[in-house]
Ligand binder design. Structure first.
Ligand code: ADP
Ligand code: MG
Length: 231
C-alpha cells in the first residue's frame, strides 16, 4: 500500500515559492487502482513525483509497503530512494519511454536485471517472468519487435509490463492514455485495472479523462494542490 500523509510540496518561483501539493492525504490500497484527477497544473504529476521518492516533500509522510517492510519515502537518502524505486515501485508515463534499439522482450529483461546479481536460477526466473508478462499484456506474438514496429497502444503495453517486471508493491501511472484514441485508451485502462487486481499492486493512476472511470476503484480529485474525495 501507499499512504501520503499531509504532504506539502513547494517549488521555487522567482523570489517566492509556489505550492504545488497542499497538505494532501491519500491512500492507495493493495490491489486497487486509485485514480487522481483534476485540471492541468493542479499538482497531479507532483503528487506522483513525491510518491516515487523522486522529490522530497517540504513536509508530510509517504508510507510505502506493509508491516515491518514499511518505509517513509520522504525520509530516505538519495541512494535509499533510488533503491526503493528500483525494487518496490513501478512507473508508467504518458509517453512509453522505451529504448529505441531494444525489442519488447529486451526492454523487460534490461529492467529486470537492473542492479545486477543472481545466478542461473535467478536468470531463468527472470526469463519466465518476462514471457509471462508479455503474454499478460497481449504481446506474446510481438516480443521481438522494436518500438518503431509497434503501435502506440502496444508500446504502452510494453511500458506497463516493464513497470511490473520487478514485481513492485506500488505502481505509479501518469496519464497513460493521453497519446491514444478512445478505444485504445479504454483497453489500456482495463489492462492496468486487471493487472493491479491480479498482482495486488497499490496503483496510483493520474488521468484528466474520466471517461475511463470504470477502471478506477477509488477516485481523488485535486484542485490547486488540494485533494478531495467525492462523497
Ligand atoms: P499536473 O500534473 O496536474 O498538470 P503538475 O504537478 O505538473 O500538475 O504542476 C503543479 C504546479 O507546479 C503547476 O503550477 C506547475 O507549473 C508547477 N510545477 C511543476 N513542476 C515544477 C517544477 N519542476 N518547478 C517549478 N514549478 C513546477
Ligand atoms: Mg501532469
Amino acid at each position: 500500500m501507499i499512504d501520503l500523509q499531509n504532504v506539502t510540496l513547494t517549488y521555487p518561483d522567482g523570489e517566492n515559492r509556489i505550492t504545488a501539493v497542499d497538505d494532501v492525504t491519500l491512500h492507495g490500497g493493495n490491489g486497487a487502482v486509485t485514480g487522481i484527477t483534476g485540471p492541468s497544473g493542479s499538482g497531479k504529476s507532483s503528487i506522483l513525483a513525491v510518491a516515487a521518492a523522486l522529490i522530497h516533500p517540504d513536509s508530510g509522510g509517504v508510507l510505502i509497503g506493509d508491516g515491518a517492510d514499511q518505509v517513509d519515502a520522504a525520509q530516505l537518502s538519495r541512494d535509499e530512494a533510488t533503491a526503493l524505486r528500483r525494487e518496490r515501485i513501478g512507473m508508467v508515463f504518458q509517453q512509453s519511454n522505451l529504448l529505441p534499439a531494444l525489442s519488447a522482450r529486451e526492454q523487460l529483461q534490461v529492467m529486470a536485471r537492473l542492479g545486477g546479481g543472481g545466478g542461473r536460477a535467478f536468470r531463468a526466473g527472470i526469463d519466465d517472468r518476462v514471457e509471462g508478462l508479455l503474454d499478460a499484456v497481449g504481446l506474446a506474438g510481438h516480443a521481438d519487435k522494436r518500438p518503431h514496429q509497434l503501435s502506440g497502444g502496444q508500446r504502452q503495453r510494453v511500458a506497463i509490463a516493464r513497470g511490473l517486471v520487478r514485481e513492485p508493491e506500488v505502481l505509479l501511472v501518469d496519464e497513460p492514455t493521453s497519446a491514444l484514441d478512445q478505444e485504445r485508451g479504454a483497453e489500456i485502462m482495463d489492462l492496468i485495472a486487471r493487472l493491479t487486481h491480479e498482482r495486488r499492486t497499490a496503483t496510483l493512476l493520474v488521468t484528466h479523462d474520466l471517461s475511463h472511470r470504470q477502471a478506477l476503484d477509488e477516485l481523488v480529485t485535486v484542485v490547486d494542490g488540494k485533494a478531495s474525495t467525492p462523497a
